[in-house]
Design a protein around this ligand. Structure first.
Ligand SMILES: [Zn+2]
Length: 197
């Protein structure tokens, strides 16, 4: 739960409210301190691209209503503009355009955490070592083949979750496992050795 009034998160605007100010907790606080216009408003209006900060505010609104941050970020990862350029800023002074699902997700989570008065450098999603963006889980199915004859498939599959970076890695696919694996570790060991996928 956040100490910020839900109404300020749901109805406030990143264009006129400085959510990084920890003293602005309610709509009344925001009114009392006056409008704090975002310096990027002129470019934002002309370029017509989506603001990652506003996306973060919307994610924070769902979390303030009781949803989990992780599930909201997975929901957000499906928005139609996820692969386009978005505005982002770490200080609400200097704005940059970012592109790539992993980076956008990290930026949106960071600002959602600022709105919720949480540490923006923590994350519910693992970090990609290459781009420092957010990694996602993806479900794959490995098919189990009996014996050593490739086409002797039993039609059985085993489900497992894999982690991947949507910007740096190809979408994970399942592989072929020969014989019944004893454990999850065994699946990974065989897949990395055989490279069937
Ligand atoms: Zn990456």
């Amino acid at each position: 739960m956040t100490n910020r009034e839900i109404r300020l998160i749901e109805q406030g605007s990143v264009c006129y409210t400085d959510y990084s100010n920890p003293h602005i907790l309610t709509v009344a606080d925001a009114k009392y301190s006056g409008k704090s216009p975002c310096p990027n408003i002129p470019q934002c209006n002309t370029a017509g691209i989506v603001c990652a900060l506003d996306c973060g505010r919307q994610v924070a609104a769902h979390v303030a209503r009781g949803k989990s941050l992780k599930s909201e970020l997975y929901e957000f990862s499906k928005v139609p503009f996820i692969d386009e350029e978005l505005w982002n800023s770490l200080d609400r002074v200097n704005f940059t355009r970012i592109k790539g699902k992993a980076k956008v997700l990290r930026a949106v989570e960071g600002f959602a955490r600022i709105v919720l008065l949480e540490d923006p450098f923590e994350s519910v999603l693992p970090t990609c070592e290459k781009c420092e963006g957010a990694k996602l889980e993806h479900e794959v199915y490995d098919s189990i083949h009996e014996g050593h004859i490739t086409c002797a498939g039993s039609g059985r599959t085993k489900r497992r979750m894999t982690l991947y970076c949507p910007d740096c890695d190809p979408l994970p696919r399942g592989g072929i496992i020969h014989g019944e694996p004893d454990s999850e570790d065994e699946i990974f060991r065989r897949l990395s050795r055989k490279r069937d996928y």
